[in-house]
Design a protein around this ligand. Structure first.
Ligand SMILES: Nc1ncnc2c1ncn2[C@@H]1O[C@H](COP(=O)(O)OP(=O)(O)OP(=O)(O)O)[C@@H](O)[C@H]1O
Ligand SMILES: [Mg+2]
Length: 219
């Protein structure tokens, strides 16, 4: 594994963690609704685009059009990156369409993992976000989380952010042994003014400083 660091795009966080996340690892972003998990996820991917790193956003709760609109409201025009296939928003809603007789089983995690790896390899994604992870793990079974995260780690050059609600206790317990670190967002992050860049290529800077805590794990 390389010692390369992947900047999150939030200077205050990067300063705390020797310049960024460890390449090839998975990280959890934990926070109550509205604490900025999706904005941080976008910021992470936009930062990658500025460094010519391709990004994959797996949108669970939002439609791709909403993600694009939210990015635009922050001053980030994703269209050229989508056009050039440097950025892909995967609409995960297809996984939640119940097939007849299949409803009790929920989402097929193995299929999701295989599909994700196909997309990651095909586009050469360096940065991946699953926002949020919980609904993919229908029974909130830690084994499913393990399966998915292990599958993602097959891509040694891909660094992942997985968001989750604070109340998802079982998922939080996954953090200790499956991910390389956890970022806990709280409302403090939102009370700071948002300074949106007008050009996505300029250094995007949001004030997560007050409300973000980073917890590194050993793995
Ligand atoms: N760093 C920030 N600074 C200032 N305002 C922010 C920041 N991050 C997010 N916000 C504001 O908070 C709103 C909610 O953020 P976001 O959608 O990222 O939260 P979330 O944690 O993903 O919520 P949910 O759990 O409902 O998906 C955003 O629309 C934005 O207006
Ligand atoms: Mg969100």
């Amino acid at each position: 594994m390389s010692g390369k660091r992947i900047p999150t795009g939030v200077p205050e966080i990067d300063a705390l963690i020797e310049g960024g996340l460890r390449e090839g690892k998975s990280y959890l972003v934990i926070g109550e609704p509205g604490t900025g998990k999706s904005v941080l996820s976008l910021q992470y991917l936009v930062r990658g685009l500025m460094d010519k790193e391709k990004g994959l956003y797996v949108a669970i709760d939002e439609k791709p059009a909403d993600v694009i609109e939210q990015a635009a409201s922050l001053g980030w025009d994703l269209a050229p990156f989508i056009e050039s296939k440097e950025f892909l928003i995967l609409d995960a809603s297809a996984y939640f369409v119940a097939r007849s007789g299949d409803t009790a089983k929920g989402v097929d995690v193995q299929r999701v993992a295989a599909d994700l790896n196909t997309y990651i390899t095909r586009m050469g994604a360096a940065r991946v976000v699953i926002d949020p992870l919980g609904p993919l793990l229908a029974s909130r079974n830690p084994d499913q989380a393990r399966q998915l995260i292990y599958a993602l780690q097959a891509n040694a050059n891909t660094t992942h952010l997985l968001t989750t609600y604070s109340s998802d206790k079982q998922l939080r317990s996954v953090e200790e042994y499956l991910v390389a670190g956890t970022m806990v967002l709280s409302n403090g992050a939102r009370q700071r003014p948002l300074r949106a860049p007008t050009d996505p290529r300029k250094n995007a800077r949001h004030r997560h400083g007050a409300g973000a805590v980073f917890i590194p794990h050993r793995r």
